[in-house]
Design a protein. Structure first.
Length: 290
């Protein structure tokens, strides 16, 4: 396998160590973070990009895949991301752990892609889970890490399986208005729920949430209420109050600090909302734990 060093650009570049390889129709970078310092990353390439985040934790940061809402998710170990050829991938982070990530660059015109696989129809995905695809990406990473001892034929066989798994996702991807009659599909409920939990302190628009699961705002609002029992705004508010209860019980942050952390304008607004939703003041709730 031929060594190469083109791929996701990091700034500063010295913050990562790469192990790079290429073979028929695919290249790979196995990237290990070297220091716990803030950094940026960016790529717009002609290749399809599959990212396997083996270990990834950050104190702060955001990740953007073109065509999707940005994510500020803090922990995304054992998650996958797919960026179609021509799409842009970028972000920044303040790491909490020394990340280890595999980047697989798939040539859209290469020998791995039979036209019948229709991989080009696969939409961008950010921080998703798929056990079969993850297992194949992990096996391929381990074999590449063997360096000169890697079995080239096994690597190429795993590459074919990896592309077939991606094609399976393409066939499974629902259309923009597909949903279960009882509400959101399981993957949509999971995706929206995670987005709300990750961004409790941020204002989330109905349009943004609907786009994240490929539904129109009108259909999304109806399906969300069917699935969660509340409109999106009320549900996010209830989750903020539940998080506030947890923080009040911990006792580590002041009421003012909790209000700021959860995105309230001030302590008064937080206390008013908490009382309305929880039936008592934040101070009274905290006293119950003393």
């Amino acid at each position: 396998m031929i060594e190469t060093h083109h791929g996701v650009a990091f700034s500063p570049e010295s913050i990562v160590r790469r192990q790079s390889s290429s073979w028929r129709g695919m290249r790979a970078d196995i990237v290990q973070l070297e220091r716990l310092e803030p950094f940026e990353y960016r790529l717009r390439a002609p290749s399809h990009l599959l990212i396997a985040s083996h270990r990834a934790e950050r104190r702060d940061g955001e990740t953007v895949v073109e065509g999707l809402p940005k994510s500020t998710r803090r922990e995304f170990s054992q998650r996958l991301t797919f960026v179609p050829a021509g799409g842009e991938f970028f972000g920044w982070q303040e790491p909490r752990a020394l990340a280890r990530v595999s980047y697989f660059y798939i040539d859209p015109a290469g020998p791995l892609l039979d036209p019948e696989l229709r991989l080009g129809q696969l939409a961008p995905r950010l921080f998703f889970e798929d056990p079969p695809l993850w297992a194949t990406a992990t096996k391929l990473t381990r074999e590449i890490e063997r360096g000169a001892e890697a079995d080239r034929f096994y690597v190429e066989a795993l590459s074919l399986v990896l592309v077939a798994e991606l094609a399976r996702l393409s066939r499974m991807s629902p259309g923009p208005e597909v949903q279960s009659r009882g509400g959101l599909a399981a993957w949509q409920r999971r995706s929206v729920g995670e987005t709300i939990e990750d961004r409790l302190a941020e204002p989330l628009s109905l349009v943004e949430l609907a786009q994240s699961v490929r539904l129109s705002p009108r259909h999304f609002a109806r399906a969300f209420k069917e699935s969660f029992g509340q409109p999106p705004h009320q549900y996010q508010l209830s989750r903020r109050i539940e998080r506030a209860k947890m923080l009040l019980g911990d006792g580590e942050l002041s009421i003012t600090e909790i209000a700021i952390a959860l995105g309230f304008a001030d302590t008064s607004a937080f206390s008013t909302t908490f009382r309305r939703v929880a039936g008592g003041s934040p101070r009274d709730y905290r006293r119950a734990f003393v």
